[in-house]
Write a protein that binds this ligand. Structure first.
Ligand code: CA
Ligand code: CA
Length: 88
């Protein structure tokens, strides 16, 4: 099926999630560690404490291994965006 998105600049959630993930994954090893999350948030000027960041991590970390893999992150972002866009 081909979807025609003419006339509208739609942000592709998947594309956006990939870009965000690259930003978070500072050393590019394909996982985002708690340290990387903390420095990413500090870089954008968000002063979250470590407890906030830990619960953020736990929300995204679907398999509970303590790091965020790309598919976990993309699933989280696309899900949040589709929920935000939920009301018809
Ligand atoms: Ca990394
Ligand atoms: Ca994980």
């Amino acid at each position: 099926m081909v979807q025609n998105k003419k006339g509208r600049q739609n942000i592709d959630p998947h594309d956006m999630a990939e870009k965000m993930y690259k930003y978070f994954d500072a050393d590019g090893d394909g996982t985002v560690s708690p340290d990387e999350i903390i420095s990413a948030f500090q870089n954008i000027g968000k002063n979250w404490n470590t407890d906030d960041i830990r619960s953020f991590l736990e929300t995204i970390d679907a398999d509970g291994n303590g790091t965020i893999e790309k598919d976990e992150f993309i699933a989280f972002i696309t899900k949040s965006l589709s929920q935000a866009d939920g009301g018809h």
